[in-house]
Design a protein around this ligand. Structure first.
Ligand SMILES: [Zn+2]
Length: 155
């Protein structure tokens, strides 16, 4: 039989798996808290202070712009398969938003002449591959595209 560590008024006898370690009391004895109650308490705290917590988080993210990416990269490294599956699932469930994202990326790629866009334009209708195009060639093409656009806009 499992040892009962704590008795919660709401949730009864609790074993090791159902408690969280808390402070050491004045008699030098470890105290425990009910996991379920703590969860509810945290949730209530969050609901009550949602705006405050969210704005505090936002402030932190604004001040540490690479934080999200850093933790994302870390997560990805730990379990790439899981991460990719998750992102594929999200895309499936959010087709419209995926489309919007792709559209936005395409617009940006076209107007800023991303390397990938320039290469794609250059290989179209040929049997060249992206890897066949040197950076020098891409930059040359970029200059030509920019020139063409300028002429089109000025006339
Ligand atoms: Zn409890």
């Amino acid at each position: 039989m499992k040892e009962i560590i704590k008795i919660c008024i709401k949730h009864g006898s609790l074993t090791k798996e159902l408690v969280i370690k808390s402070r050491i009391n004045s008699k030098g004895k470890r105290t425990y808290r009910c996991k379920i109650c703590m969860k509810i308490q945290h949730k209530n705290h969050y609901e009550k202070n949602k705006l405050k917590i969210l704005s505090k988080n936002k402030k932190y993210f604004d001040e540490h712009p690479d934080f999200k990416n850093r933790s994302k990269r870390k997560m990805y490294k730990l379990n790439p398969k899981k991460y990719i599956a998750k992102s594929v699932k999200w895309d499936k469930e959010n087709r419209e938003r995926k489309k919007d994202r792709q559209k936005k990326f395409k617009t940006e790629a076209v107007s800023n002449l991303f390397k990938s866009y320039v290469k794609q334009t250059l290989v179209r209708g040929t049997n060249l591959m992206h890897k066949d195009l040197s950076d020098e060639l891409v930059n040359l093409a970029k200059a030509v595209f920019t020139l063409k656009r300028k002429i089109k806009n000025d006339t």
